[in-house]
Design a protein around this ligand. Sequence first.
Ligand code: WTA
Length: 629
Amino acid sequence: MSENFDVKLDGKSYLPDPSVKESSWIQDYETAYNDFLKDPEGHWANIAEELDWFRKWDRVKEWEHPYAKWFTNAKTNITYNCLDRHIFNGKRNKVAIIWVGDDGKEEVITYRQLYREVMRFANGLKSLGVVKGDRVCIYMPLVPEQIIAMLACARIGAVHSVVFGGFGSNALHSRIKDAQAKIVVTADAAIRRGKRLDLKTLVDKAVVNASCVEKIVVLRRMSPPMELFSEIEVDFNEILDKEDKECEPEVMDSEDPLFILYTSGTTGPAKGIVHTCGGYMVGTYYTSKYMLDLKESDVMWCTADPGWITGHSYIVYGPLSVGATILITEATPDYPNPGIWWSMIEEFDVTVFYTAPTAIRMFMRQGEEWPQKYNLDCLRILGSVGEPLNPEAFEWYYRVIGKGKCPILDTWWQTETGMHMITTAVGEPMKPGFAGRPVPGIIADVVDENGQPVPPGTGGLLVIKEPWPSMMRTVYGNDERYRQYWSTIGNYYTAGDLAVKDEDGYIMILGRSDDVLIVAGHNIGSAEVESALVSHEAVAEAAVIGKPDPLKGDSIKAFIILRVGYKASDKLKLDLVYHVRMNLGPIAIPSEIEFVESLPKTRSGKIMRRVLKARELGKDPGDLSTLEE
Ligand code: WTA
């Protein structure tokens, strides 16, 4: 560390410059947390009061384990808080979205323009017969229209289900079917590293045998514009041009669903996590403002895609409800060179930057000279999400990007939690490797299998002990799977993560306790990759494990038993990789494939991935009593 950094390093923690707190929303973490403990409902009511409601709540919380209702009988619309109230408060010409394309092309959209476009598209959806409660699947590249489509759904009370544009056709198909989506909003193509990636062809495959789909709305970005053949296809811009330019926000009950977002589970297909209008709005507004310390004057760049929860909460709903400017880009971090992101931070005066450890580790590899070419003094707050931020990456992020003056927020949370749950509040001592302490409003702990807190320094399971406003309300169409979250360990919400707490209550996340893999910050269920592999004609059985990877967190290794008549070969490995890519998408591709004769199984026939993993890593496989002979 060089001496011009205003930090104290006591061997364990970094103390940010005291000036960081001068203007921060949370002045003192302990005070904020204790105030919450004294009056938990008052804490959430005070935050909700900062937002606009058509009708206020009767009760802040109703809790009948495991079902929670927040802000009962309150009425609102999240788009009113993200758009109308800024328009009415003299901020119509403030920039809402800055978009940068893969080729460097820019688009700047003010709050007024966004408001107009959202209302127009909302009317367009209505003209297609979409009504409150209908599900709309959004499968798009990272373009402003993706956000417009999300907000337009919310405007009229339709439930959006955004599917990340990097998913393959099978993943899309199962999500469309599970949600029984009436409409699919898509684009002709995404652009990555100068190359066109067709999306529409994947949609065409995905809607086969999905009779719920009545219309496909296509944003045509390419020239010449692709032809729309069937009568169920409509042009995105055409439905924007309906007569009526005004669209009053639908009056939504606080507990009405806002969206479904799919996330991988240990077993079975992806789970449709359901979030509601009131609680989710309060949770994302609260954490954007008080944890990320977001102000209206900030330019926030969250590098996720809106197709993930991070994008839902910290590109779209949180920052827009605060009234900040958001930067989004279709550009990849190392194309055309590894300086592209840093050049964008300089160019657009980004003040709050939120990314994933995988990206940070990739930049570390490229060398400090890339960020050093640019003036990054505009940065005020740095965030991390998706997987543990290892101390080396923390140190690099802090020193090279933050120049020792920006607090680093390692935020732990999940699709299911909707908002940040554990982090280090701005201005508080930061401990590399530790996410931090529970957000005021959240009661988190590390416990043993019986729900008893484990002493500091001992590993255990991460649980949340009390409900919070932005918690998921159910798993779409499968409430049993929802109840499991609240019944695995005592009456607590079980996150599925292993963690350890220190003497000061700081929590370090150690990784998943189940077979969910975190590859480059994305959740992938072992079971999903296995079923994609088994759907290939050559594969009889497949088992998938995660191997620690210095860059990606986990890398995927697949063990394959071939069907009789098929021969192991490198060509077959490539075929299998391609098959997974087309079915699930590039993020789920195994980096290693091994053909085997048998797989370790329990007597009941379940593959013991734990044993495979231990063998692979040369570790003790533990209890083998259930292993088949
Ligand atoms: C992991 C992403 C360590 C964790 C917001 C969790 C993290 C899963 C962190 C949820 C972090 C997320 N440190 N691990 N700061 N943030 N995770 O649903 O295993 O895509 O359970 O939500 O990512 O992933 P999801």
